[in-house]
Design a protein around this ligand. Structure first.
Ligand SMILES: NC(=O)c1ccc[n+]([C@@H]2O[C@H](COP(=O)([O-])OP(=O)(O)OC[C@H]3O[C@@H](n4cnc5c(N)ncnc54)[C@H](OP(=O)(O)O)[C@@H]3O)[C@@H](O)[C@H]2O)c1
Length: 330
């Protein structure tokens, strides 16, 4: 099947500036952690990418280990780029990362220069790209000097294999140190990628302030708590859900009675706003202007469409925010 991008693809998306940089990101970006691997259906995820691009999603987030098997999401994405997006590379922000376990032995994990540089080369080969837009240190590694990890990100930019640097899941103090080093090396940190949702608010305890003060963007991962903050688990664990799949990272024991109770109450508020719970969860993150983009996952085009519709109602009354706060803190 041939793909022709929609001519109206930029009409409905909201773009936000990533910190004090020159890069705008879509308020909703698409992540390829789940649903784009070798175990998934090519024609299904190819259509998700088409729909994303047609809706103004310019940012696609990967990592060396996304699959399963590890590396297969990059390979699949590379195939789709070649088949459908050859003349649109310059309209896209593509990111990848290294930091989690990728290959056997001491050089395929954590934050060494050896690992990061080799991994980026492998990612570029899998995606059949000359460069990525953002290369991340995927997680902090306290056993490696920060200078070495940030130095490796700098090398990736200086060699032309990445345009910008990013860090993921670094806590506030280490983020400040990383940001300072990257500034010193003249490869300023474009963005931080932390886990952030209604159910996981650790970033509010210092990290968001560090990012705001330093002019570094923020892209929130697992904004729907891997699907919990949607209508998916309202009545148990469906067979086609991440929590039911052997390859899914959401464990069925995380779908607790207490969580379901909160989800039901949050769902009531969403319905009163004429929104789905997923839409409200995304809008709730975007109320903080320091959040550049919300990085969703999707296993179908319908889910993606549902998530994108959040952009039509981003406003909250203070009463709604108070009610949400009460439910989350209970
Ligand atoms: N930096 C890091 O360490 C890190 C870690 C994790 C993720 N990430 C990035 O963040 C991205 C997003 O993470 P995530 O996939 O956990 O995000 P998420 O948006 O919280 O969860 C996505 C899952 O939620 C369900 N879903 C999404 N929209 C839905 C809707 N409208 N209605 C019902 N269910 C819906 C789907 O689950 P089903 O599959 O069950 O249908 C989907 O696979 C990843 O792809 C990756 O790029 C980064």
């Amino acid at each position: 099947m041939d793909y022709q991008p929609s001519e109206n693809r930029y009409s409905d998306m909201i773009y936000r500036r990533s910190g004090k940089s020159g890069i705008d990101l879509p308020a909703i970006s698409l992540g390829l952690w789940h649903n784009f691997g070798g175990v998934d259906t090519f024609e299904n995820f190819r259509k998700i990418i088409w729909n994303a691009f047609d809706s103004g999603i310019t940012h696609f987030d990967l990592a060396n280990n996304y699959g399963p098997p590890p590396g297969s999401a990059e390979e699949n994405f590379g195939r789709i780029l070649k088949m459908d997006f050859q003349s649109h590379r310059d309209e896209m922000i593509i990111s990848t990362k290294a930091g989690w376990d990728m290959w056997p032995g001491p050089y395929g994990d954590f934050g060494s220069r050896k690992y990061l540089i080799a991994s980026l080369d492998q990612s570029l080969k899998r995606m059949q790209l000359d460069y990525v837009d953002i290369f991340y240190s995927h997680r902090p590694d306290i056993s490696t000097p920060l200078e070495e990890t940030m130095g490796a990100l700098t090398t990736s930019v200086n060699s032309g294999k990445a345009l910008y640097t990013g860090i993921s899941s670094y806590e506030a103090e280490r983020s400040q140190q990383a940001i300072d080093l990257l500034k010193y090396y003249n490869t300023p940190c474009l963005i931080h990628q932390p886990k952030y949702s209604m159910f996981d608010r650790w970033v509010e305890d210092g990290l968001m302030d560090v990012l705001g003060v330093n002019g570094v963007g923020c892209i929130a991962f697992s904004p729907l708590a891997q699907g919990l903050l949607t209508n998916k688990y309202l009545h148990g664990i469906p067979e086609d859900s991440r929590a039911a799949k052997a390859t899914g990272h959401l464990q069925s024991n995380e779908v607790t009675v207490e969580k379901i109770d909160k989800i039901k109450k949050l769902n009531e508020i969403a319905l009163n706003r004429n929104q789905s719970l997923a839409q409200m969860a995304i809008a709730w993150l975007l109320k903080d202007e320091r959040v550049t983009s919300v990085l969703v996952g999707a296993s179908s085009t319908a889910q993606l469409a549902d998530n994108l519709a959040s952009l039509t109602n981003l406003k909250f009354e203070s009463e709604e925010l108070n009610l949400i706060e009460e439910i989350l803190k209970a």
